[in-house]
Design a protein around this ligand. Sequence first.
Ligand code: PRP
Ligand code: URA
Length: 209
Amino acid sequence: MSTLHIIDHPLIQHKLSIMRDVNTGSKDFRQLLDEIAMLMGYEVTRDLPLDDIEIETPITKMTAKAISGRKLAIIPILRAGLGMVDGLLNLVPVAKVGHIGLYRDPETHLPVEYYCKLPFDIEERIVIVVDPMLATGGSASDAITMLKNKGCTNIKLMCLVGAPEGVAKMQEDHPDVDIFIAALDEKLNDHKYIVPGLGDAGDRLFGTK
Ligand code: PRP
Ligand code: URA
């Protein structure tokens, strides 16, 4: 069974409350998601491997630690996942970014694939899949299946808000993938939106509604 990490640092809770507010506009929503992604990134990258490097301080030579940043890939699920990329890139600027395009069919609520472009050496990388919303879990689970089919073996999922249904699906389909969320909400409604949630993340991020 994978581990569910709920990263509920006070700064994150505060920023998420503003994002949830229906009166918060796209500009603030985007900025807050960016800031939260960076704060969550601190925990998600906690076990990144370190290399020994030789450096010289003003006093002496020493063997120091440096993260093997070139081994990381960030994979946003389009569209809303795009809003979490820069926060992580601020922490690991040399990470590669791949894109997986999925949308939920409005009738069936099942994910439909429309785009996939990944770093050529994706199977060698530690992969962080990002998407603010983990609702039914269908999109995240399908994206991770696509990555596993390309040979990825070290995958983490970073979301903002999760529903119990989505967490359960992920843990059933991908017990090897740890999940990081900022909040575990109550349930899904009849339209498979997270309650209380924050509405449609893609529309709020890009101002399309
Ligand atoms: C949203 C969200 C997730 C998905 C979550 O995307 O960004 O990708 O729904 O729902 P699920 O867990 O039930 O699959 P959406 O399909 O609205 O596409 P968009 O980001 O392009 O708006
Ligand atoms: N997608 C969203 O953007 N929000 C939800 O609550 C569920 C799916």
